[in-house]
Design a protein around this ligand. Structure first.
Ligand code: ZN
Length: 343
């Protein structure tokens, strides 16, 4: 089977205050989906902890020390990002799963794929601060690890409903890491306008697709087929990472988009297709948000089947219907990107 899942039974040990959407039950859903995958003959590997060296490629040493000092304590790191006594271990396991997934894919043959099923999410975490439920930026640490291993072009595609600000800033001036994000806008965390395209040598290597609340499957199909996928193909990555958040789902209590489980599977299948064209199928998905437990379970099952090769692009319906929100995003994003990509 082309897919290996990296996760940890300890992801239940990070506790947020009562009523917080990023809750222990999310880890229990991940455990159920991982167990189902194992029963079908899939390999599930228990994550180890990330090294300080790997974290320090993305995060300041002082910030890593600050998070370490929360071990054994319940603290608040920002308005909605908390620690409990075991959080420090859990966040090192989450980043460790993402790094191990990269190692697995780089050491494997063609069409080796991995899914790091982790919590808490990571894409809001910046160089020196926790925010938006995120402490360490799992996908950014994974991308930096791939770069350190000699991969010269890494693409990160983020379809979480929120903009991955931490990932964007980690590589904003870096032409070797392409960051493509589709997200509700305006919305938390406030970044991710179409005009944010990178700086210095990294100009053109940040691609933001901000979409209005209410956007549908058809809007997303338009944006991926007209911008995200063509840019990816032109960049020709040696490895594709996916920030696989499922809070753009229509049932999500935080997000205001209307994607179906099928469409999140379809977007993933598109990325698997590009990976097979560009980089011998090498793809690593790392989970981010997703706060409706049933939608989370459904999306994890679907994405697992897509990455395992059981379900392909042709198995998902082609979305139809008007695309007013997608058209508006195209109108904003195309001029911002025209200097850098043929679109
Ligand atoms: Zn999110």
């Amino acid at each position: 089977m082309p897919l290996t899942v990296f996760t940890s039974d300890r992801f239940v040990d990070h506790l947020n205050p009562p009523g917080h959407p990023e809750r222990v039950e999310r880890a229990e859903v991940m455990q159920v989906v991982a167990a189902e995958f194992r029963e079908r003959g899939g390999t599930v590997i228990e994550a180890g902890m990330v090294s300080d060296e790997a974290l320090a490629r993305v995060h300041d040493r002082d910030y890593i020390a600050l998070v370490r000092e929360t071990a054994g304590r319940a603290t608040a790191l920002d308005a909605d990002t908390y620690t409990s006594p075991d959080t420090y271990d859990v966040v090192r396991l989450a980043a460790g799963a993402a790094v191990a997934a990269v190692d697995h894919v780089l050491d494997g043959g063609a069409d080796t794929r991995a899914l790091a099923m982790v919590r808490p999410p990571g894409h809001h975490a910046e160089r020196d601060r926790a925010m938006g439920f995120c402490l360490f930026n799992n996908v950014a640490v994974a991308a930096a690890h791939a770069r350190a291993r000699g991969i010269t072009r890494v693409a990160i595609v983020d379809y979480d409903v929120h903009h991955g600000n931490g990932t964007q800033w980690s590589f904003f001036d870096d032409p070797t890491v392409l960051f493509v994000s589709s997200h509700q806008f305006p919305f938390y965390p406030g970044t991710g306008a179409a005009g944010e395209v990178g700086s210095g040598a990294g100009q053109g290597f940040t691609v933001n697709l901000p979409v209005s609340a209410g956007a549908t499957d058809a809007d997303f199909e338009l944006l991926y087929s007209r911008i995200a996928l063509p840019v990816l193909r032109q960049f020709a990555p040696e490895l594709i990472l996916v920030s696989a958040g499922f809070d753009a789902h229509q049932d999500d209590p935080l997000g205001g988009l209307r994607l179906t489980t099928d469409q999140l599977g379809r977007l993933t299948a598109h990325l698997v297709t590009v990976a097979s064209e560009c980089c011998e199928g090498r793809l690593v998905a790392v989970t981010e948000g997703g706060y409706d437990l049933q939608a989370l379970a459904g999306c994890l099952r679907t994405v697992t089947r897509v990455l395992a090769g059981d379900t392909g692009l042709e198995d998902f319906p082609v979305p139809t219907g008007a695309t007013p929100r997608g058209d508006a995003t195209l109108a904003a994003a195309r001029p911002a990107l025209a200097k850098y990509w043929q679109l």
